[in-house]
Design a protein around this ligand. Sequence first.
Ligand code: SF4
Length: 446
Amino acid sequence: MPPASSSATTGDDSSIRDSGDACPGALRLHPADDGALARIRIPAGVLTADQALALADAAERLGDGRLDITSRGNIQLRGLGADRGAELAGLLTDTGLLPAPRHERIRNIVASPLSGLDAAHPGDGTDRTDVLPWVISLDRFLCDDATAPALSGRFLFAFDDGHQDVAALGADVTVWAGPDGQALIRLGDGPEAIRVAARDAARAALLAAEIFVEAAERSGTRAWRIRELTGSQLLFATSTTEFARRLEADGITAELLATAPSGPASAPQPGIVAGLDGRSALSVAAPLGRLTSGQWRLLAGAATRHGSGELRVTPWRGLVIPALPSAEAPGSLSGLAEAGLITTTASPWWGVGACTGLSGCAKSLTDVRTDAAGAAAAGHGGLPVHWSGCARRCGHPPGDRVDVVATPDGYDVSAPGSSGARGVPVTEIADTIAAARTPSVPQAKP
Ligand code: SF4
């Protein structure tokens, strides 16, 4: 990525923030109410079992012993002492989880968690291309690039292998594996796409980010995401014509497509996934996105003993363990269920999410996680539900769901197609949510 443009601002965008990007990272710890917080970026969510064990060590020795999975498939450690940053950095560097310091917060890359793992049947639409090699290339480009740190810690790349899963996460640059060795790329929420050869997918994604950096600088708004731009700079950052021109100038053949791929969003479900070559993958989720270090070690142990020694953290606050012998899969899954992980859509925890709430966030009006756990115990299925301790609704995922937001007067509950309820006391919240989770509109997957 060349140096960002020094063009003067156009003045057609009003300033959207006064300060720089304070997004937490592995080196920039965030002071939370329950201690310092570290966010460790995991491109495509892929970890070796050794790296996973190192994270468990870090959680136990430096933090509160728990590991949170974020809505981008990254890992957060909480409750760290403010003076433990150097120790954490050393541990992460030793395990290959920390690139050059200026780059560690920009490695926001999600990918289809089952890429290259599940059954492929040529001709029926499931003969997908594994996008993980593209992610590895983009991560290398980002980490080698002198000006890539101009991206914010929130700018998101998504690589979808055709499952149409991460493509629904509203990334700034979305790359699909197309048929016949091609990649399709969309900028922001634009309706169009660009087609390039698969071998050029990662380089093209980097160029798309370069165009955004230029637009953000010209706008003078300190925009972190493409969707924060307005006016001419939004048009510039999402222009497939401009994108194609840059690609051609870089020696990449590009073709304009009038419409980007689309289809119903499809997140991985918990359970056993039929894989290739007679092997299976396990898909599990963490209740409210949080695991103890003991549960985390169990997952790493299963990956080492029965799988390929790899784990994949998902943006749906879950994990995939690839390549188990199919005969081992049911026993391993049942062990993970006994340890408290979500292994079936019948779990009362499935589809339930919550922000940090008290006591980790000073803005929270109540302990939403405890209230969410109480309501989940009632076991009502239906629409997914997300709990927030205040109106900021951090980590709120896209898609149809029941929204439960704490207010000074109780909880506000809203759902697609319903008028909602305001100021619901916690004693009535389970029944109110149960009614809202029975949708009057077509149900979305969590
Ligand atoms: S939604 Fe509100 S309470 Fe929850 S983590 Fe965000 S700021 Fe804190």
